[in-house]
Design a binder for this molecule. Structure first.
Ligand SMILES: Cc1cc2nc3c(=O)[nH]c(=O)nc-3n(C[C@H](O)[C@H](O)[C@H](O)COP(=O)(O)O)c2cc1C
Length: 218
């Protein structure tokens, strides 16, 4: 069950052994995707939140928080409403940046890459793994619902719960508007703190089949 941004479920704290973090080691890990896999939650663990930055249709940067639904070892996935602003922006320009911040400010990962729609099969599966609350939210996150007065929004929410919730909360399909995106990175910047040493940053830039690595200040 995907557990992030569900007001009923607080996130679990993350404990990090700074000295064991490969970003502090003298020899950088050659493959940033392997490093990302080591840093990110394993399948079945709580999902992380991230800032998804896009280029606005007016050329002004745009940003918002989403859940990182999955990382498959090569691509970063998020899911959203096909009618949303970010989807229109990605359709016009698929260049995106993702910023992930770990609890306690222990780590930051910034990813620059290209977003592509993910297959329906993948997004359906991601929907099924979300909590009931998030599945309902996906259905009720419409422009029409947002314009209703609060009393009607509450009533609409209750009505949906009565129709679909019940004690067993059986699975139901995502709305047509449910859309998944997979981001293929060309640059990843890993930042990690240390309680008794300087923070450290490693930047990886894709160069053909290889990755170029550089240690950066800040
Ligand atoms: C903690 C948190 C988690 C969120 N997770 C998602 C998400 O996974 N997908 C999503 O579409 N919106 C999510 N949102 C809402 C987005 O931040 C944003 O308001 C919405 O997607 C509309 O963005 P847009 O108009 O820029 O496209 C989340 C918001 C917060 C605060």
């Amino acid at each position: 069950m995907t557990r992030a941004y569900d007001p009923g479920i607080p996130p679990a704290p993350v404990v990090i052994d700074h000295d064991a973090d490969p970003v502090h080691a003298d020899a950088p890990v050659p493959d940033p995707l392997a490093l990302a896999a080591e840093w990110l939650p394993a399948p079945g663990e709580d999902r992380m939140l991230m800032t998804v930055s896009t280029i606005g249709l007016d050329g002004v940067p745009d940003a918002r928080t989403t859940m990182l639904s999955d990382f498959d070892g090569a691509r970063f996935f998020f899911h959203t409403d096909a009618h949303s602003r970010k989807v229109a922006e990605i359709a016009a320009n698929p260049a995106v940046a993702l910023t992930l911040l770990w609890p306690g400010f222990t780590r930051q990962l910034v990813v620059q890459g290209t977003a592509q729609p993910s297959p329906r099969e993948e997004s359906d599966e991601a929907y099924r793994s979300r909590s009931f609350y998030l599945q309902q939210l996906a259905w009720q996150n419409t422009a029409e619902f947002a314009r209703l007065p609060q009393v009607d929004r509450r009533a609409g929410w209750e009505e949906f719960l009565l129709a679909h919730g019940g004690p067993e909360r059986p699975a139901f399909d995502p709305p047509e508007r449910w859309a998944g995106f997979a981001v293929t990175p060309h640059r990843l910047v890993f930042w990690t703190s240390h309680p008794s040493a300087a923070s450290r940053r490693l930047a990886y830039t894709r160069s053909g089949e290889e990755w170029e690595t550089i240690a950066l200040p800040g």
